[in-house]
Design a protein around this ligand. Structure first.
Ligand SMILES: O=C[C@H](O)[C@H](O)[C@H](O)COP(=O)(O)O
Length: 224
């Protein structure tokens, strides 16, 4: 079974967490895209969704789901999103698709985070996937130097045109290689207060409540 099929499998399985007539928080990425496809086919009636990116907003609207302004929603039951890495405690690295800031904002509105991922995303220690950090452009060089003091090699993410990638929020992303994130909460706290950091892609304070992990043997449910 290829990765795409596993993503479709967990996207489909996530439908079991969608309460009819609820408002759903929806993440970003190729796994979530499979979930939105399944949601559109299942035609579960929803009050609407709060979206974590322009890309997801477009897909939700194409599926006939109303996208609500996050400011108009005080709380959500579930936020459903993928991850770049998840560990055995439910701590995650996210932001491979540059949507981490809005993802954390919508996750913060939700009581529970449902992570949907293929089994390749499960790791012992976070940090094999380069850690994405959204930064104010003028701070990037200094933030890169700060990561070097922690043993990380950070680089500014580039778009296809070779220029720094610009996020939905008009910011840049630095990707940090070489970190062993053994204490995700401490690392999230440390980096979050550096001036210029908008959001660090460690989701420790907003960890998964449940993870649906797709493997050739089927979908495994991990509860944290
Ligand atoms: O910014 C992007 C997000 O954090 C995604 O949820 C994450 O990169 C996982 O994406 P995918 O499902 O494409 O592997």
């Amino acid at each position: 079974m290829d990765q795409d099929t596993l993503k479709a499998l967990v996207g489909q399985a996530a439908l079991a967490y969608v309460q009819p007539h609820s408002i759903l928080g929806v993440g970003t990425g190729s796994t979530v895209n499979k979930f939105i496809e399944a949601l559109a086919k299942a035609a579960i009636p929803l009050k609407g969704a709060v979206s974590s990116s322009e890309a997801t907003t477009k897909l939700l609207q194409q599926a006939g789901i109303e996208v609500l302004d996050s400011s108009a929603v005080a709380s959500l039951d579930w936020y459903i999103d993928g991850a770049d890495e998840i560990d055995h405690q439910g701590f995650m690295v996210k932001g491979g698709g540059a949507a981490l800031t809005r993802e954390k904002i919508v996750a913060d509105l939700a009581d529970k985070f449902l992570c949907i991922a293929d089994a390749s995303k499960l790791v012992e220690v976070l940090g094999q996937f380069p850690l994405p950090v959204e930064v104010v452009p003028m701070s990037s060089a200094h933030i890169i130097r700060r990561f070097a003091t922690l043993g990380g090699q950070a680089t500014v993410r580039l778009a296809k045109d070779g220029q720094p990638l610009v996020t939905d929020n008009g910011m840049h992303i630095v990707d940090v290689r070489g970190l062993q994130i053994t204490d995700p909460k401490a690392m999230e706290d440390l980096v979050s207060v550096w001036p210029g950091v908008v959001t660090v892609g460690i989701f420790a304070h907003h960890k998964a409540s449940v993870c649906l992990l797709g493997s050739p043997e089927g979908v495994k449910t991990l509860t944290f």
